[in-house]
Write a protein that binds this ligand. Structure first.
Ligand code: ZN
Length: 124
């Protein structure tokens, strides 16, 4: 089994903000699947069979380990494509960046990953 983003909602990995959001969505899907409450638990236990990650997914998760450490199974990470700041939200999700007075860009929201029988495209 493999994780792939819901096709109609993928945010891609073409910007730093999108990469971070995609990494956090994948991390949360893994945490939920193996019932981990912290990313560190996943790092310790590994991803169990029959689940597999692609090389691109492992690289993406590795790149964002410092942010994923803050992720809980019910929280979401949002990132701003303009200023690059990110935040964690649970419950009501803010729509716009409020990181600074001069930025009101629309935040990139996490999408959900689902299990698939074949590996996803490398571009996630
Ligand atoms: Zn911003």
């Amino acid at each position: 089994m493999w994780f792939e983003p819901n096709a109609d909602k993928r945010v891609g990995v073409d910007t730093d903000a999108a990469r971070l959001v995609t990494a956090s969505a994948l991390a949360r899907a893994i945490m939920r699947k193996i019932k981990a409450t912290r990313w560190s638990e996943v790092l310790e236990s590994g991803v169990p069979e029959p689940i597999h990650l692609t090389a691109a997914q492992i690289r993406l998760l590795d790149e964002h380990g410092s942010v994923l450490a803050y992720l809980g199974p019910k929280s979401k990470i949002l990132a701003c494509p303009e200023c690059g700041r990110w935040m964690i939200a649970a419950g009501t999700m803010p729509k716009k960046c409020s990181s600074s007075l001069d930025c009101a860009a629309e935040l990139i929201k996490m999408v959900d990953f689902k299990l698939a029988k074949v590996p996803p495209d490398l571009d996630l």
